[in-house]
Ligand binder design. Structure first.
Ligand code: ARG
Length: 569
């Protein structure tokens, strides 16, 4: 595909003393379409050339020549050099590239040879997989796919919360009342009940609390009975979680949770001790971070057991060695911002190369709020993700029963739309914003939603079906797409890869989600303003090809967000 920005940078570099790369970096895409497709600000040159930007721009405009017919006109506005690309060149290069690459359109090799570790989802064993984990799963899943598409080698890690003192409590509760509960049938709910009950008992009776601590210690030491029960909890919980992952179609490359690091934490403690960084504080062992204006990072609790932070430190050592990562990403809610700051700061002392410790990135996100009010995470009042996803599907089923009762394979389609709506809703805003969870908004087929995007995709499909043929790219007369609506669609298609790069660089899937809505909307205008079928053959072919291209990019983009496209709806 022709890189127009590159071409412009090349030509400007011939006329001024500034490197092509630097020029490339300065060239902008104006937000106002009327200001051209690309714009070069001449202010940067004013000082070295001792001339007014406006004059520099005027002179450059006279000197620049482009070999191919790619520039329609160049205009000078307030010290900016605005370039207007020949529409036909946009159309030709974009559609040709699309026809060559098909589902690989937008793929890049920029990440080749670079490893990315993405830590996401990470629910806690024996606790509900709640809506808070939805965001981590969905945001992490999208980032994983986008990076993979850009050529990076990604390892998705589900750092399960399967360790810690709470397991000592669960074991104690199970020992006492295990038989009273239907753990096999309904593991998470029943284990939660046991957990609440034992917690209450601990508050009343200090000796019970003591027994719980003892259990965790035994677990850490490999006591067969404790390990067996713990394993049972873990397996039953994972089976439950898998239902959610199946609905979301999410997979992981590694399931190494916190427990995996049980025998790897002593190294962390040793290194920190050796460096004299472990201070005792109220009986606990901590790393002082007061110089960085943070509370201390707790490495060992008063009773000698390890912490969430210690396990994360051990995981950093392990991931650096095992995956030789270019970047290690962590997707959790913003409640853990301080935790990761402390851990990343402490990790600088683990004798790891800076290329690792400088590339630990926390990707925080905001809370989910129900439209009716705050979503409580307190026991008994948690909305389970599996129920929520199933509700999305049944709500879509109901809508379809009304709108299109004769549709075949309704269940399958409802699943794609329902799940897609939840995912899209989660990814449509900058991740740090709190998300409002409202069924009517996310299931609105005319809104800026997943279902709308899917609906437009299905439109492109049915148009091509009606035409009963697919034009050949060799036969397309690119000049036939000359109206404003068509060109707008083409320019959006042209920019797809750049959107993916921005989304990856900022760890912001919403950049892709919003792009897909813009693409769907601009296709809708194109469709309303132009007759597609029944036009003169060349015009019809060109418009059909554009229709096909939009469908293709909508699908590729949606899949990268983790959303499946239905063929009809
Ligand atoms: N299990 C944790 C939670 O539910 C999230 C773990 C995130 N990953 C990590 N390496 N700390 O809050």
């Amino acid at each position: 595909m022709i890189n127009f920005k590159q071409k412009i940078a090349e030509e400007i570099a011939k006329e001024i003393s500034m490197s092509q790369e630097e020029i490339y970096g300065y060239i902008e895409v104006p937000t106002d379409e009327k200001m051209g497709d690309f714009s070069f600000p001449c202010f940067k040159l004013a000082k070295s050339l001792k001339k007014a930007p406006q004059m520099i721009a005027e002179e450059l405009k006279q000197k620049l020549t482009f070999e191919e017919e790619i520039i329609q006109k160049i205009e000078v506005v307030n010290g900016y050099l605005n370039f207007y690309i020949e529409p036909k060149a946009f159309v030709a290069t974009t559609l040709t590239e699309l026809s060559e690459k098909q589902e690989d359109y937008g793929k890049s090799k920029e990440g080749n040879g670079k490893n990315i570790v993405i830590d996401y989802s990470a629910p806690n064993i024996a606790k509900p997989f709640h809506i808070g984990h939805l965001r981590s799963t969905v945001i992490g899943g999208a980032i994983y796919k986008i990076y993979g598409f850009l050529g990076y080698h990604c390892t998705g890690v589900n750092h399960l919360g399967d360790y810690g003192t709470q397991f000592g409590k669960l074991i104690e509760g199970y020992k006492r009342w295990g038989e009273e509960y239907q753990i096999e049938e309904n593991p998470i709910d029943e284990l939660t009940k046991i957990y609440v009950r034992i917690n209450n008992l601990c508050k009343e009776d200090e000796t019970v609390l003591e027994a719980c601590r003892d259990n965790f210690k035994k677990l850490e030491e490999g006591d067969p009975y404790c390990v067996e029960i713990w394993n049972k909890f873990r397996e039953l919980s994972l089976k439950e979680f898998q239902k959610v992952y199946d609905l979301l179609q999410i997979t992981f490359d590694s399931w190494n949770g916190e427990a995996f690091y049980s025998d790897k934490m002593s190294e962390v403690v040793e290194i920190l001790k050796e460096k004299n960084l472990l201070k005792s504080s109220e009986g606990a062992m901590v790393v002082d971070l007061s110089e960085k204006e943070m509370p201390p990072c707790i490495i060992e609790k008063t009773n000698g057991s390890t912490t969430y932070a210690t396990r994360d430190l051990a995981a950093i050592l392990y991931r650096a060695r095992t995956y030789d990562f270019y970047k290690a990403l962590y997707v959790t809610s913003y409640e853990q911002i301080l935790h990761f700051k402390q851990v990343f700061e402490t990790a600088k002392n683990l004798n790891l190369d800076e290329k690792y410790t400088d590339n630990l990135v926390h990707i925080p996100f905001g809370m989910i709020q129900l439209k009716e009010g705050k979503m409580s995470t307190r026991e008994g009042n948690v909305i389970k993700l599996e129920d929520l996803l199933n509700e999305a599907i049944s709500r879509v089923m109901k809508i379809m029963e009304e709108k299109n009762p004769n549709l075949e394979k309704k269940e399958e389609i409802a699943k794609k739309i329902g799940i897609g709506a939840v995912i899209f809703n989660d990814l449509y805003n900058s991740r740090i914003k709190d998300e409002i969870f409202d069924w009517d908004t996310m299931l609105n087929f005319n809104g800026e939603t997943g279902p709308y995007m899917q609906y437009i995709y299905v439109r492109t499909k049915s148009l091509l079906e009606k035409a009963e043929y697919m034009p050949n790219i060799e036969d397309i007369n690119f000049a036939k797409l000359e109206d404003e609506a068509s060109i707008r669609v083409v320019k959006l298609l042209y920019g797809f890869q750049d959107i993916l790069k921005q989304a990856a660089e900022k760890y912001e899937p919403y950049i892709l989600a919003r792009y897909l809505i813009r693409l769907a909307q601009s296709f809708s205008s194109f469709y309303n303003e132009n007759k597609i079928l029944g036009e003169e053959k060349q015009v019809q072919d060109a418009r059909l090809y554009l229709t096909y291209s939009v469908g293709l990019v909508l699908k590729v983009g949606a899949n990268l967000l983790g959303i499946q496209m239905p063929d009809r709806m």
